[in-house]
Design a protein around this ligand. Structure first.
Ligand code: BGC
Length: 809
């Protein structure tokens, strides 16, 4: 062990206390041992260092920092260099604000467009998500700050996120939900990982030895620390044995006592504890040294410019009929839509950044060569009808040559802590769009939304620029593109399905019970639409430009593919070329095509460039559940190069030999997976895919410490049901106001045990057991436990603190 000398000096009390947090964001320091404290902060698209009281939901303000476009946005750039630059600027700001570990990027797979946190995640595709995450990690860590890819793993649902079991077959786990993390670890060399809230196949992610030791540490060679998501720890002793280091945020000393008891009873070994302490010491010591002589300033202007560049590269032009864009110089436009005044540029929850400044369209439009005939908010953001404003907007639209309509998802549509239950934008925005379309056919839509939306109204618009959530400098980037100063080059990192009902997990998401069954298997996003031949509105990888590109001269050999791209239009621009691989007639079912490489190439008008995309260890592999290894099937693989998943321009072939004769499936037993038509997989087929019986996820009559507070709906105690009803009423009231209350949402979805895990030692697990007894209808027995637990906890906390103090002296 690297820090043997320190570990030998540490008492078991110090070791156990070291493995959980002090306060909302920090680790514990031990002066006598020379162990400093390190500071963690969100987040993925801007530093959220709270100066005052800490909370992890973005409730209390944080220090001003640059708000970059969110991950869902940046993924549309398909630009790893940009990801690295963003990482560097994030790392620089983190360093300047005294943050040692930046809690991001988030790279959970967008299993369903409904996940409330999709705006924080990169893609529906693990290869793209992994490459982008790795680029962030490289950038952040180059500045001496550790990145923390999250949430490991299979955390694609917000509803009851802390009390939910993701039931998934090993192949889907490996190919779809872990490959991105594998890339972030192996190629990005991430030094920390955040374990997710949920269980994976019945074991909490933070206690999951299969995930944390077998795969993360042993297979991928991860040599950093695992940090729990805030409140994700269930039994930290099991966590430590499974490979997790740091329980966050502040469970107090109860958790440390549990750890000591586990060592004493032989439940876990002291060697496991020492190993975790050693890894954590390595992180703490390295980060402490890295932060010496740091600058406490960063260049706000330069970082704002990076945010603007990032927003420019990530906007996706979905439609451009009659080449209505770019706007001609001096074009007479009407600016309509609330988002033009108050941009929707980031999402809600723990990633919320306090921006250094925010641009809006109405503030900056005068810097551009357009004639503005009028500006109107048009609709009200909270979804209410506002006849006067609507009338004003329509009158302006009548006079204008072109209407620029700024609209999309409002703040209460998507947020950490909740999932959407539909994919629509507010109806009042659609109504206005239709009315605008009746008075002016030259409508240009500028969309802000962090996740995929249904667009049945797209016919009303001649052009659509999808900006996702484009950060504090988004408005300038939008105007640069609309006026042609910048040629759009973003491409969708997720499919725009025609309707929610078309998504592969439509019937399985979100789970209504304790388990969420990943019945659709590997058919997520375009893997599904493509294989099952479900038409979509805009396919994965799609995006237009003001110029055109031609692909030619594909050469494929064992090492990779090369081809030529020519800019055949009149303006300079960048093209994102994508390489997909398929195996027609495969014996092991697989999607028709899967992304295995991409390159963004900048070309001057008329210019040609040769592009090379090498194959790698992921190009042909599949996870074989029989050999329990990555294998390659024999056959002639189809290499597809194209401008999107649905626009393949060149094809070639390459032959591969098999790596095993043992095939994992009997095709006629699982026909849905062979056809890709996975929307209605029955129990029998799903059990074959799983390789075991489907766990019963039904809520039992008795609630446990691991059930969510919102399950008090089932409580036997009238008092608990009253509390549930109060909480639900508060939630509904907040929802109706158009702004979800994150605090209530968090409490609603958290399990009872979190009361002990996030209260700095004020509540012990004994007390939580008592509370749950009350909830289950045993009022006096439960109350007795709460009261005795309270006194015992206070006494034991004092004793522990005294011990730490005595040793320190
Ligand atoms: C979120 C994490 C975040 C943490 C700290 C949790 O609720 O899931 O993504 O890093 O809070 O704010």
């Amino acid at each position: 062990m690297k820090y043997q000398d320190i570990i030998e000096k540490m008492t078991i009390e110090e070791k156990a206390a070291f493995l959980s947090g002090k306060g909302e964001w920090q680790t514990r320091d031990f002066e006598r041992l020379g162990i400093p404290s390190i500071f963690c902060s969100d987040g993925p698209h801007g530093v959220r260092k709270q100066a005052g009281a800490g909370d992890h939901l973005g409730l209390n303000a944080s220090l001003p920092a640059t708000c970059f476009p969110t991950a869902a946005t940046i993924a549309n750039s398909w630009d790893e260099e940009l990801g690295e630059t963003l990482g560097q600027t994030l790392g620089e700001e983190a360093m300047a604000e005294g943050v040692n570990v930046l809690l991001g990027p988030g790279l959970n797979i967008k299993r369903s467009p409904l996940c409330g946190r999709n705006f924080e995640y990169f893609s529906e595709d693990p290869y793209l998500a992994g490459k982008m995450a790795a680029s962030y990690v490289r950038g952040i860590q180059s500045k001496g700050v550790y990145a923390c890819p999250k949430h490991f793993a299979v955390n694609s649902q917000e509803l009851r996120r802390m009390a939910m079991n993701s039931v998934i077959d090993e192949r889907t786990l490996r190919e779809i939900y872990l490959t991105g993390f594998e890339i972030a670890v192996k190629e990005g060399k991430a030094k920390t990982i955040m374990s997710a809230y949920n269980e994976v196949n019945g074991v909490y992610a933070n206690e999951n030895k299969h995930l944390l030791t077998d795969i993360l540490r042993d297979e991928w060679g991860f040599d950093g620390i695992v940090i729990t998501d805030w409140g994700a720890s269930n039994d930290h002793a099991l966590g430590v044995a499974a490979g997790s280091n740091l329980e966050m945020p502040n469970p107090g000393l109860d958790s440390a006592r549990e750890l000591i008891a586990a060592v004493e009873s032989g439940k876990i070994s002291i060697e496991d504890v020492d190993k975790r302490v050693d890894e954590l010491l390595d992180a703490v010591m390295t980060l402490y040294v890295n932060a010496q002589n740091k600058s406490d300033k960063f260049d706000e202007k330069a970082h704002h410019d990076v945010a603007r560049k990032a927003a420019r590269e990530s906007a996706v032009l979905l439609k451009n009929e009659d080449n209505i864009l770019p706007l001609k110089p001096g074009a007479k436009v009407a600016i309509i839509g609330d988002f033009a005044f108050d941009p929707r540029y980031q999402g809600a929850g723990s990633s919320l950044v306090n921006p250094t400044k925010v641009e809006s369209i109405v503030d900056i439009i005068s810097e551009y060569d357009v004639q503005v005939l009028g500006k109107s908010r048009g609709y009200s953001r909270d979804g209410q009808e506002d006849a006067a404003t609507r009338k004003e907007a329509i009158a302006m639209a009548e006079k204008a040559d072109i209407v620029l309509y700024f609209f999309g998802l409002n703040e209460d549509s998507e947020s950490e802590g909740m999932d959407r239950n539909h994919m629509r934008i507010p109806q009042n925005q659609i109504d206005l769009l239709k009315e605008l379309g009746q008075v002016n056919s030259n409508l240009v839509g500028v969309i802000s939304a962090g996740s995929a939306i249904e667009m049945p109204w797209h016919h009303y618009l001649k052009a659509m620029l999808h900006c996702y959530l484009n950060g504090q400098a988004g408005a300038g980037a939008v105007m640069d593109i609309l006026t042609g100063a910048v040629n759009p080059s973003g491409k969708l990192s997720e499919t725009m399905a025609r309707r929610l009902e078309d998504t592969s997990c439509y019937r399985y998401y979100p789970s209504s019970e304790r388990t969420t069954e990943y019945r659709e298997g590997i058919y997520v996003g375009y893997r599904y639409y493509d294989t099952a031949e479900v038409p979509v509105l805009y396919p994965f990888g799609f995006g237009l430009s003001y110029t055109t590109f031609e692909y030619s001269d594909l050469f494929v050999n064992a090492e990779g593919a090369s081809f030529t791209i020519t800019n055949t239009g009149k303006v300079d621009g960048a093209e994102i070329a994508q390489l997909y691989v398929g195996l027609p007639g495969a014996q092991v079912f697989r999607p028709k095509k899967e992304l295995k490489g991409f390159k963004k190439v900048f070309l001057k008008a008329g210019e040609s460039k040769k592009v090379e995309i090498p194959f790698d260890d992921k190009t042909f592999r599949y996870f074989n559940v029989k050999t329990n290894k990555w294998e390659v099937e024999e056959g002639s693989y189809l290499i597809m190069v194209g401008a999107s998943s649905a626009d393949i321009r060149l094809t070639g072939n390459v032959s591969k030999a098999e790596t095993t004769k043992e095939l994992p499936y009997v095709p006629h037993q699982i026909p849905s997976y062979y056809s890709g038509k996975v929307q209605t997989v029955d129990n029998k087929e799903y059990e074959i895919l799983l390789g075991r019986t489907i766990p019963d996820g039904k809520w039992s009559g008795q609630l446990s410490v691991n059930d969510a507070i919102c399950q008090m709906y089932y409580a036997k105690s009238g008092l608990a049901r009253f509390a549930y009803n109060r909480l639900t009423a508060m939630k509904k009231k907040a929802d109706a106001k158009g702004k979800p209350d994150l605090n209530i949402l968090f409490i609603y979805n958290m399990p009872f045990r979190a009361m002990a895990k996030m209260t700095g030692g004020a509540v012990s697990m004994d007390m939580v057991y008592g509370i749950v007894e009350i909830v289950n209808g045993h009022f006096f027995r439960g109350l007795g436990k709460v009261i005795s637990g309270y006194f015992r906890n206070g006494k034991l906390n004092k004793k522990y603190e005294a011990k730490l103090k005595n040793i320190a002296e």
